[in-house]
Design a protein around this ligand. Sequence first.
Ligand SMILES: Cc1cc2nc3c(=O)[nH]c(=O)nc-3n(C[C@H](O)[C@H](O)[C@H](O)COP(=O)(O)O)c2cc1C
Length: 333
Amino acid sequence: MLQIGSIKMKNQVVLAPMAGVCNPAFRLIAKEFGAGLVCAEMVSDKAILHKNEKSLSMLYVDEREKPLSLQIFGGEKETLVEAAKFVDQNTNADIIDINMGCPVPKITKCDAGAKWLLDPNKIYEMVSATVDAVRKPVTVKMRMGWDEEHIFAVENAQAVERAGGSAIALHGRTRVQMYEGVANWDIIKQVKGSVSIPVMGNGDVKTPEDAKRMLDETGVDGVMIGRAALGNPWMLYQTINYLEHGVTPVEPPPREKIDVCMVHLDRLIDLKGENVAVREMRKHAAWYLKGMRGSGRIRDQINQFATRDDVANTLYGYIEQLEEQQAETSSAV
Ligand SMILES: Cc1cc2nc3c(=O)[nH]c(=O)nc-3n(C[C@H](O)[C@H](O)[C@H](O)COP(=O)(O)O)c2cc1C
């Protein structure tokens, strides 16, 4: 079973941190669908220290989401450690995660995110200073390297372990790959074999079967799922069920998808107000609708809406049409 420090997860399935996605609205849904651990979207160390209102609100953790990991990013030791102390003393998070994988130039230019991957000594220094300053377990989420010529995944993971880090999540891509190409699970296996702290494997787990294959092939302690859970928290539940009971996944009916989509929207409204939530929901709605017949037109309409009622009426109108069509087809058979 996956255990990080003294925090025991009830299964090996972890929701990956995703900026613009993993706020309490979606995290709670992931939790309700069974995820053993949920990770929050990354927050800037400097923004925390400047008491930026939006960033501080991103540190809110609902009791029902626990165990939960809050992720910070930064490039300088002083600010990173101070921000970690703030998270340690002022939040309900169970784990403090350090981002060592963000490939975006705005972040790497500030020596943060994936930039660390080039320097195992810096990793040791930054992580040990953070570990010494806090009581919560400290983990690191990293990519396998900067580019094909600079793959220091094993050295970097060992630096995290020596520094007192409690676990590592490894995304099997380089910074240069961004989200392209295929994730390298061989490196994940190598890293797992080179440290004794828990390792969560990440990258290209698209189905419950992939999750099992990753666990079997690499020996990791947990599987971290990102994009496959977008608009599809069922994926988490299906994975747990498949891993624990060998149950083959069954697709939820469209109405169930829309019901959960609306729960998501309502929680976002509680968090951010209707105006921001409805806009933010556009991308999520597109993900929930993915694969449903004729949903492109609905997605386009939702992209124009500004109120909850418009979204709800359109989604449920569409589902009624779908169900009518389905009833006609089955009565014709
Ligand atoms: C929209 C989006 C936002 C992301 N934001 C973060 C983030 O805030 N912190 C982080 O460590 N990784 C972030 N990632 C990377 C994911 O956590 C994960 O490593 C990556 O998507 C690969 O896993 P997957 O193949 O299961 O999606 C993000 C990915 C996506 C798609």
